[in-house]
Design a protein around this ligand. Structure first.
Ligand code: ATR
Length: 274
């Protein structure tokens, strides 16, 4: 007789918009893994209780989304080094001793999607816009790709300074939007500006035809940031849907030991959104 089905979920607030259930279910179908993956809306102050109940039921793994990634980091009893540095956890699972493990797959997701799009970070001059959790979460895996320089530009300069101090890597520096100098090979938007329908106030001279622009946000239509970059003459623009699929694939590999074929799933999602 078959045992109970392996169960996974994403926890967030809000969570109804999350594409994780669709993505992980497609991964499971593709790799013949028998599992169920759902979305759980969690009260803002009920996160610890929710994960205790989840793992108490014998359920196996969680994706964590806003606003609980920092709390998940605190509650994880063991963290990978990339999660440690990120200050946020988006993946939780328990080992055979009941120890709660936390990882952050956002950075590897970004790096994998850049590679899929044949964007090289080694030796590249990289500009990152924003200095919040989204940027902190991806910095270490990005630095591991050995860019020659990473400039973190933020509307509030002091937050970029804090991030640079924290990472303490010679390749990183901080500036305000009006202090950005020179051109870049790769420009990554990690700000929340587009949530307010705004474009970070950056100068157009940072972009030329050899610049790749990457928006960590995505949508059915071209993002505001990517449209602006294209209008400045960027040779390539990429949105964050591929990063979303890749960070999920990394979670799936951690939980199931099997790596899905992300290209097929990304095409499916892209078509569904269009
Ligand atoms: P997240 O965890 O998603 O990164 P966050 O920690 O609130 O969210 O950070 C949001 C980032 O987007 C910050 O870098 C923020 O800039 P400030 O530090 O100056 O607040 C940036 N941001 C938000 N709205 C913006 C806008 N309209 N223009 C430029 N940057 C913006």
């Amino acid at each position: 007789m078959a045992g109970p089905v392996d169960t996974y979920a994403v926890m967030g607030n809000p969570v109804a918009h999350s594409k994780s259930p669709v993505i992980h279910t497609l991964f499971a179908d593709q790799t013949d893994q028998n599992l169920r993956y759902s979305a759980q809306l969690v009260d803002i102050d009920g996160f610890k209780q929710a994960i205790d109940e989840f793992f108490g039921n014998g359920d196996l793994g969680l994706s964590i989304t806003l606003p609980f990634k920092e709390e998940a980091w605190q509650l994880a009893q063991k963290r990978t080094s990339r999660a440690e540095k990120a200050g946020a956890v988006n993946t939780l699972w328990q080992d055979e001793h009941g120890l709660l493990h936390g990882d952050n797959t956002d950075g590897p997701g970004l790096v994998a999607d850049l590679a899929n799009n044949r964007v090289t970070t080694k030796g590249a001059r990289v500009l990152i816009l924003g200095a919040g959790g989204a940027v902190r979460g991806v910095l270490e895996p990005l630095l591991a790709g050995q860019p020659v320089e990473v400039v973190i530009a933020n509307r509030t300069r002091s937050k970029a300074d804090t991030l640079v101090e924290y990472f303490g890597d010679n390749a990183i520096s901080a500036c305000g939007f009006d202090e950005i100098e020179g051109r870049f090979d790769l420009v990554i938007n990690g700000t929340a500006a587009s949530l307010q329908g705004e474009m970070p106030a950056i100068p157009g001279h940072i972009i030329d035809q050899d610049t790749c622009c990457y928006d960590m946000m995505y949508g059915a239509d071209e993002t505001l940031f990517n449209r602006w970059c294209r209008e400045q003459g960027a040779g390539k623009t990429i949105d964050g849907l591929g990063m979303l699929v890749e960070q999920a694939a990394e979670q799936f590999a951690i939980w199931r030991g099997v790596r899905p074929d992300t290209g097929q799933i990304l095409d499916l999602l892209r078509n569904e959104m269009a």
